[in-house]
Design a binder for this molecule. Structure first.
Ligand code: ADP
Ligand code: ZN
Ligand code: MG
Length: 474
């Protein structure tokens, strides 16, 4: 296996989160809708109707193109891709062909290596066919939902890289508000082109195509299997044929679907019902100016500006809302950003995960998070109390200070009372005290534990330790 290298290129369809479809005003979010309720004569291809291009879909495609540093064509064209399929009522799909919306550009992997983009275009989705009890049902709700098709150059070299590319693209489209990016709902669908070649060779080997690798976790098993199969064929003196393959989830193997169709089969021609798509320069500049800092740029800044580790920076830029939340808390706190990062990652994200909370549900606001850290800094609470405090703030929707008072979470500030309590504990356990004095100093922890229990955790353990040591040794 090590004498070969894998070469992988992806063709990815991304469902845009516009309100309406690409050529009509039907809702573009048919998820969970009754079948055939989000349809009209345009998206079901009735004779005599005319498509009208949705400006919001073009804007979202341009946002992604610009974020990837692609060249946007001043003029591009829609084309008909003709094929027969029951869930394609028009008998053709409106897509882009010889002059796509954008070409070139790249998406960086974690290590900074840039995976080049070949092209990016707009098209409409087809409907869905469902098989049930020997019958086929057709739902046209998805017909005309806007898609971006993005094709990479064959720059990926392993299943891990391909999975990482897909994960980062998903992060980017969510970040840019271009797509909801729910892979399990088919918002991102990926076809994977795979070939192998002897290491050191620069020529491309014959490729096969794996259809619908639509979950990140599928990438590795499916692509690994195909790489292994191709190497075996070549090692046995055979030739790779340009198959189209499909993952069988039940058997967890790849199956051959068909030989490859060629482009000539589609009889592409320019769509006569739509004008050329001319992109206004000023509009494009406006979109470019409105692009947010990209997730990887922001992660880099988090490391430089706040001294975060690469890992923390990556977690905190997984989603734009999370990155915004973190930075708002840092601003409000004014103390070390590392403390904010720890609290967000260890407590807030865990809470959200456990209770399945969205950002709208979250009552632990950045200001409240900052207030908690300030209570720790002022010595009012011990940092161990945060574990209790964060869920309480969420449950009661109150400021941390009020909860600390109501719940008696504050540390004992009364040093005299603490000294008295420690003295009492030592006096009540003469045997242990004697053992300690005879050299069994490990018992100090046991004494601290007694005091912490009596104070229900409200004493500062460091202070307790110091007092006890003085009492036992003095
Ligand atoms: P096709 O004509 O079969 O559609 P394209 O040249 O349009 O092929 O490429 C489709 C996808 O396949 C792209 O993502 C491209 O990067 C990838 N690809 C092309 N050649 C190879 C190859 N030899 N090995 C792996 N991937 C490839
Ligand atoms: Zn419609
Ligand atoms: Mg092609």
């Amino acid at each position: 296996m090590t004498a070969y290298e894998a070469v992988i290129g992806l063709e990815i369809h991304i469902q845009l989160n516009t309100r309406s479809k690409i050529f009509c005003s039907c809702s573009a979010d048919p998820w969970l809708a009754e079948p055939n309720t989000h349809i009209c004569p345009v998206c079901t291809g009735h004779p005599g109707v005319l498509p009208v291009l949705n400006r919001a879909a073009v804007e979202k495609a341009l946002r992604l193109a610009l974020a990837l540093d692609a060249r946007v064509a001043p003029v591009s064209y829609f084309a008909r891709k003709n094929y027969f399929y029951p869930d394609l009522p028009k008998g053709y799909q409106i897509s882009q062909y010889d002059q796509p919306l954008a070409t070139g550009g790249a998406l960086p992997l974690e290590d900074g290596r840039r995976i080049r983009i070949h092209r990016l275009h707009l098209e409409e989705d087809a409907g869905k066919t469902r098989r049930e009890a020997g019958r086929r049902y057709i739902d046209f709700n998805r017909c005309g939902v806007p898609l971006i098709e993005l094709v990479t150059e064959p720059d990926l070299r392993s299943p891990e890289e391909a999975a990482q590319f897909l994960e980062r693209l998903r992060q980017l489209v969510r970040w840019l508000d271009v797509s909801k990016g729910h892979m399990e709902r088919g918002h991102i669908r990926c076809d994977v082109n795979v070939s192998v070649r002897p290491k050191g060779s620069t020529a491309l080997g014959q490729k096969t195509e794996i259809k619908n690798v639509n979950l990140i976790d599928l990438m590795r098993p499916a692509v690994e299997q195909e790489i292994r199969r191709q190497i075996e064929v070549l090692e046995a003196g055979g030739e790779i044929e340009p198959w189209t393959l499909e993952w069988d989830e039940h058997a967890r193997v790849l199956r051959k679907m068909r030989g490859k169709e060629t482009e000539a089969d589609y009889r592409y021609f320019r769509e006569p019902d739509l004008l050329p798509l001319e992109i206004d320069r000023a509009w494009l500049d406006e979109i470019a100016a409105s692009l947010p800092e990209l997730p990887w740029e922001r992660a880099k800044r988090f490391q430089e500006e706040y001294g975060l580790t690469e890992y923390d920076a990556r977690v905190l830029t997984g989603e734009r809302a999370l990155a915004d939340y973190f930075e708002a808390a840092v601003q409000a706190y004014r103390g070390p950003a590392k403390a904010v990062a720890n609290l967000v990652i260890n407590q807030v994200l865990r809470l959200m995960n456990e209770q399945k909370l969205t950002w709208e549900d979250l009552r632990v606001t950045p200001a409240r998070l900052a207030a908690m850290l300030q209570l720790v800094d002022a010595g009012v609470i011990h940092k161990n109390a945060l574990k209790k405090l964060v869920p309480l703030v969420q449950a009661r929707d109150q400021d941390p200070k009020a909860i600390v008072e109501a719940e008696g979470l504050a540390q004992m500030q009364d040093t005299a009372a603490l000294e008295a309590l420690c003295a009492r504990i030592v006096a009540e356990h003469p045997e242990e005290a004697a053992k300690y004095r005879a050299g069994k100093t490990g018992l100090l922890g046991w004494f601290v534990g007694q005091v912490m229990r009596e104070t229900r955790g409200r004493a500062n353990p460091k202070e307790v330790q110091a007092i006890l040591r003085r009492l036992l040794e003095g």
